[in-house]
Design a protein around this ligand. Structure first.
Ligand code: ZN
Length: 247
């Protein structure tokens, strides 16, 4: 097999692997990968005060979301809140299924989410040119925005939002029950693991890096047991992991 083909195939295989998703699941929480080979992650959880999801996947997301919700005894109409790590179209595809819910995101992400501003990165522009835009128009869903780190209380649970702009203007990480959903702020080329925001997809790599340095400082008071990327890979945030991400 030519070396280049072997490399591409092994990258695809690596990208297609999920990592440690079981570790962040429970009777009331489900990590749902969509879209082989890049495996956009949807995380769904039931709280005492409603069902929420982090991100909404890409190809096949509707079916995956229905199935994933059913595993925690919920239906799409039960979802009350959607927490958006960022609005790249490979992470919001199932939005029409939960259009009745409150969508939470950083204020700087809203125009990108609602298509009044185009994503600057080349792959997003290419996809939009070929497939058209698949996001909602302004007013199609109820958006609640925030401009800095903030906290949401759902029943006895807390979801903490940490803003990490750079991959997109309003990228945000969410911490829930010791699991940090970092979006694409932490992602390696071809989504094969962990690193500082993937090259061509990241609008401002220097800012992404600076925000990650700040993020790990801001996370110090909290017990973060796992960090998951938006491409379905989770790892323990030990020193080696942090060195890799901040290199
Ligand atoms: Zn992205």
């Amino acid at each position: 097999m030519p070396r280049r083909l072997a490399l591409v195939l092994s990258l695809l295989l690596l990208a297609g692997c999920t990592m440690n998703l079981r570790q962040v699941e429970g009777p009331d929480a489900n990590a749902i990968p969509t879209t082989w080979p890049t495996q956009s992650l949807v995380f769904a959880a039931r709280t005492a005060d409603g069902v929420f999801v982090v991100d909404l996947g890409w190809g096949g997301a509707d079916r995956a979301l229905r199935r994933g919700l059913a595993q925690i005894g919920a239906r799409p109409e039960d979802v009350t809140d959607v927490f958006v790590t960022h609005s790249h179209r490979d992470h919001i595809m199932a939005w029409p299924l939960v259009r009745h819910a409150r969508f939470h995101m950083m204020a700087a992400e809203v125009p990108l989410f609602e298509s009044t501003l185009a994503h600057a990165d080349v792959p997003s522009r290419a996809v939009a040119a070929v497939r058209g835009d698949v996001g909602p128009w302004p007013g199609e869903v109820a958006v609640r925005s925030f401009s800095g780190d903030t906290t949401f209380v759902m029943g006895t649970d807390t979801i903490r939002a940490f803003v990490v702009p750079g991959h997109t203007a309003g990228s945000t990480a969410y911490l829930y029950r010791g699991v940090l959903f970092a979006g694409d702020a932490i992602s390696r080329p071809y989504h094969t693991g962990f690193g500082p925001g993937m090259g061509i997809f990241t609008e401002d790599r220097a800012r992404n890096h600076a925000e990650l340095v700040s993020l790990f400082e801001r996370l110090r008071p909290y017990d973060v047991r796992w960090v998951c990327t938006a491409h379905a890979k989770c790892a323990r945030p030990d020193e080696r992991f942090i060195r890799k991400v901040l290199r």
